[in-house]
Design a binder for this molecule. Structure first.
Ligand code: SF4
Ligand code: SF4
Length: 81
C-alpha cells in the first residue's frame, strides 16, 4: 500500500527529496504523498526512505490504498520504464 502523512507533520522538508518516485509534495497544510506514485520504495530501496528520515514518525501505511508487494513492484516497473 502507499504511505500516508499524518497531521503531526512539521513541514521539515526532509522527506521530499528522498523519494525516488517524486511522490511527496507540499500540500495545503502539510506534505502529502501521491498514492499513484508511492511504491513503498520497492524496487529502489529496502525500506521506505521517507519513513527513515521523518523526525516525528508521522508517515504510515495507508489503509485506504491496500496493495501487495507484487502490485507495488509492477507500479515501480511502470514508473521507471
Ligand atoms: Fe516515496 Fe518511498 Fe516514501 Fe513512497 S515510501 S512516498 S516511494 S519515499
Ligand atoms: Fe513532514 Fe515528516 Fe516529511 Fe518532515 S519528514 S515534511 S515531518 S512528513
Amino acid at each position: 500500500m502507499s504511505l500516508v502523512i499524518y497531521d503531526e507533520c512539521i513541514n521539515c522538508d526532509v522527506c521530499e527529496p528522498e523519494c525516488p518516485n517524486g511522490a511527496i509534495s507540499q500540500g495545503e497544510d502539510i506534505y502529502v504523498i501521491d498514492p499513484a506514485l508511492c511504491t513503498e520504495c520497492i524496487g529502489h530501496h529496502d525500506t521506505p526512505q521517507c519513513v527513515e528520515v521523518c523526525p516525528v514518525e508521522c508517515i504510515e501505511k495507508d489503509p485506504k490504498h491496500p496493495e501487495d508487494h507484487e502490485t507495488l513492484y509492477q507500479k515501480y516497473l511502470r514508473l521507471t520504464q
